[in-house]
Each structure stands twice: as structure tokens, then as C-alpha cells.
Design a protein around this ligand. Structure first.
Ligand code: SAJ
Length: 421
């Protein structure tokens, strides 16, 4: 730890701004560790759901934890921001057209909490953010509260500001929140010390202290690293299709080398993180980010490649039934954000090759993007397979793994995940 003695702040109340995939589990974990947590969200139905002890997202075991802390009176959700000792901002940071980062939700969060800030308050930004966002956050807060000193203005600031990225894997959030190491990018050593004090209330991993710009870049780097590695696997799949080689076998064999660990090709890269965050690096340093940009482009090309393969294989049919298995962006979750499977179904529908039957065991209805498309409906797995001429496996859900292989006989099978090889 840089800096002098650790001032043991006695945090009693924490306000979590944004109760989504990161904010809600974080609020719940803090509440189970003796803190009084106020969750603030602009979405009224989210607030109502949480106050009833329920959750609006799918994440293993989160429902039980939220129900417990709400009924114990340790977590409460609200539409209006309330005063606390510490504020954790976990709002979305999407991009606009041309992959320009949109940090307007961070700005709105700053405006919401600024009037409540008191001397010695701690403000933590957890949202994945372009480099420089934490400094910008300090400026927004300082503009709103000119009578307080902020850490970009003075080392001995009144309000302490830290960037501390979330790095948890959807589907394993409650475990990773506690056991992952945490990067702490304080604007000053004192800011970091305070954040370490708060996180060690529940953290079993280590706190790794740095400055906010390095912390912001570290988060982006982790996801860009994974994106580049998936792009390598996806590029191999293009090459193997061309050379008529089984890419799954190829990767399995290559990975038997002690220093080779190739990831898996798929229908493309989805989710709200890996398909988005590398663009924040490209936007900040476009000339220097050539491989990161190319990886994004390769991964974005994959859904089109899958559609071309379906078109080729569909030529021998007139009006085939195409079963598309899975819509979520990865297995065993309900999250459809940036999902390549949704994009593939939409593109296939636009090709008017035949009729499409979608199977997605984790959602009850088609997403808005697909709802009104012609010749497209949802069905259960068995019905879809019975009716299909062409089966396109898009997500390696557990339910699809042990499908009765007799139902696949005499059908064209395009397995984008290597699940049935
Ligand atoms: N994918 C492949 N091949 C692979 C691995 C993944 O095609 O070998 C695809 C998945 O199918 C999915 C996409 O990549 O469409 C992303 O899935 P993922 O499991 O790699 O990652 P996310 O987006 O669920 O979570 C990532 C994690 N980052 C890293 O592993 C570096 C997580 O730790 C982050 O906290 C999260 O992004 C985030 O919030 O940023």
C-alpha cells in the first residue's frame, strides 16, 4: 500500500447506484456483510421487484441472497438517491454509433449523488469506462459542489474518488465478487485506502492498488485480451472451413502442446462486455490499436459467416424448416444482450430461405428484435428437431448437449459451438 497509515473508516451505509447485473449482486453482498445498503435505480419496476425481495435478472443463488437481505431490512431500493457514507456507481457504459463510448449514465449518476455528498464521503466508479472517466467524474462532482474539495484539485480532498472495475463472470457472480482480486485505482493514496477498507469487508481476494487511469485500462485490457484470443480461434474456423479441416479437432490437438491454449470458435462474440469494451481502447488510441480493432472485426464477421454456411447447405431444399438452437450470448443464461445468436436468426430471416423455429429454454418469448419477423416462431426442442430440415446449434446450453442423436439423423447439422462433435 502506498501512502501513510490506513484510516479505518467506519462505513455504515452504502448507496449502490444502478441495480443491474453488477450493482444488485454488489449491493446484496455488502448487505450480507453488515452494511446498510440503499440501492438507487431509475427504473421503477426494478425498484419494486427488489423491494418485494425478488430479482429481475438471472444469476445463480442471487434470488435467495436478495430475498434474505431485503427481509432482514439490510437492503432497500429507491427511485430517489439517498445520503450514504460511500457511493458505488455501477451504471451501463455502452457505445454510440461509430463505437464512440457513451458515459452519459455515469454523468447522470454524478448529478444524482452530488447534492448528497458530505465531507469524507467515498465515491467508487465500478462501470467499465474509457481511460479518463474517473477524472471526468471528479470534475462533474466538483462543478456541482464547488464548496467541497475533490481529489483532482487537492491531495487532502473532502470527497474521495476511486475507480474499481467489476471483473465478475456472469453465471459466477456471487463467487467471483468475493474471491477475485480487486483493482483499486484511487485518485490519491488516501482514496485507495478508503476503498480497500470498504472492499475488505467482504473480499477474500487481494486489493491491488494503482492509479485510476491504469485501473480503467486494466479492465479494458482483460476483455480485449479475451476478444483477441477468441478472434484467433474464429479465424482458425474460417481457415478450416476453407481447407476442410475439423477446427475442433485441430484445436484439441494443438492444445496438447504445453504452451498452447487456444480458446473456442463460436457463432461470434456476444455480451455487453467483450463485444463492447475493446472499442473503448480503439477509440482512445486508434492508430495504436490495430490488432484489437481487427479482432473485433473478425469476431463481428462470424455471424455473417454462419449465415453463409446455412445458405450454402440450404440450396438443396425448397422452403426448408431451419431450427435455430439458442438465443443467449453464452450457455445456460438468459442474457440476450449483443448475442450473435439473435443476430444470426435475424439475418437468416432476412434471407427468406425458409421458415425458422427458435428454441431458447431460458426465455419465454422472442426478443423485440425478432418478434414481428415473418415465418419465425418459438418451439420446444423436441418439436423443433422433429420439424427441422436444417439444425443450427448456436448456443451450447446444457439442454442441447444430450439431445437424442436419432432426431438429428438425415438432417443438415451446423454446429457452431462444436457441442455435438
Ligand atoms: N466465447 C467464445 N469462445 C470462447 C469463450 C467465449 O466464442 O472460447 C464467447 C462467448 O460465447 C460469449 C463471449 O465470448 O459470446 C463472451 O463470453 P465470456 O464468457 O468470455 O465473457 P463475459 O462477457 O460473460 O464476461 C467477461 C469476463 N471477462 C474476461 O473473462 C476477461 C468477465 O470476467 C468480466 O467481468 C465481464 O466480461 C465484464 O463484465 O466485463
Amino acid at each position: 500500500m502506498p501512502g501513510g497509515s490506513i484510516e479505518r473508516m467506519n462505513f455504515e451505509t452504502v448507496s449502490v447506484v444502478g441495480l443491474g447485473y453488477i450493482g444488485l449482486p454488489t449491493a446484496a453482498i455488502l448487505a450480507t456483510h453488515g452494511l446498510q445498503v440503499i440501492g438507487y435505480d431509475v427504473n421503477a419496476s426494478v425498484v419494486d421487484t427488489i423491494n418485494r425481495g425478488k430479482i429481475h435478472i438471472v444469476e445463480p443463488e442471487l434470488d435467495a441472497v436478495v430475498s434474505g437481505v431485503v427481509s432482514a431490512g439490510r437492503l432497500r431500493a429507491t427511485h430517489t438517491p439517498e445520503r450514504a457514507d460511500a457511493y458505488i456507481i455501477a451504471v451501463p457504459t455502452p457505445f454510440r454509433d461509430e463505437h464512440v463510448p457513451d458515459i452519459s449514465y455515469v454523468e447522470q449518476a454524478a448529478q444524482a449523488i452530488a447534492p448528497l455528498l458530505e465531507k469524507n464521503a467515498l465515491v467508487i466508479l465500478e462501470s467499465t469506462s474509457p481511460v479518463g472517466t474517473t477524472q471526468q467524474l471528479c470534475k462533474w462532482l466538483a462543478e456541482a459542489r464547488p464548496e467541497l474539495r475533490f481529489p483532482h484539485q487537492a491531495e487532502d480532498a473532502d470527497v474521495h474518488v476511486v475507480y474499481c472495475p467489476e471483473r465478475v463472470l456472469p453465471g459466477h457472480v456471487l463467487h467471483e465478487l468475493v474471491y477475485n482480486d480487486r483493482i483499486i485505482g484511487g485518485m490519491t493514496p488516501k482514496c485507495s485506502e478508503m476503498a480497500v477498507t470498504l472492499y475488505t469487508r467482504f473480499l477474500r481476494g487481494q486489493c491491488l492498488v494503482t492509479d485510476p487511469r491504469t485501473a480503467e485500462m486494466a479492465k479494458l485490457t482483460e476483455n480485449a485480451f479475451r476478444d483477441v484470443n477468441i478472434a484467433f480461434a474464429n479465424e482458425l474456423s474460417f481457415i478450416c472451413d476453407q481447407l476442410d479441416i475439423n477446427v475442433w479437432e485441430l484445436i484439441e490437438l494443438s492444445n496438447r502442446h504445453p504452451r498452447v491454449k487456444i480458446l473456442q470458435p463460436g457463432p461470434g462474440v456476444g455480451g455487453h462486455c467483450i463485444a463492447v469494451d475493446p472499442w473503448f481502447i480503439v477509440h482512445s488510441a486508434p492508430k495504436q490499436s490495430q490488432m484489437i480493432r481487427l479482432a473485433r472485426e473478425i469476431n463481428d464477421r462470424k455471424p455473417h459467416h454462419v449465415v453463409c454456411r446455412v445458405k450454402e447447405r440450404a440450396r438443396r431444399f425448397s422452403q426448408p424448416v431451419i431450427a435455430c438452437l439458442g438465443l443467449s450470448y453464452k450457455p445456460d443464461i438468459d442474457d440476450l444482450r449483443e448475442s450473435p445468436a439473435v443476430e444470426i436468426v435475424e439475418l437468416l430471416s432476412g434471407e427468406r430461405i425458409g421458415s425458422i423455429v427458435v428454441v431458447e429454454p431460458h426465455v419465454h418469448e422472442l426478443p423485440a428484435r425478432l418478434r414481428d419477423l415473418p415465418d419465425l416462431e418459438m418451439a420446444d426442442l423436441h418439436t423443433a428437431l422433429e420439424r427441422a430440415d436444417i439444425v443450427v446449434l448456436l448456443v451450447n446450453h446444457r439442454q442441447f448437449k444430450n439431445v437424442d442423436r436419432r432426431l438429428l439423423m438425415e438432417k443438415v447439422v451446423i454446429d457452431t459451438r462444436g457441442l455435438w462433435r
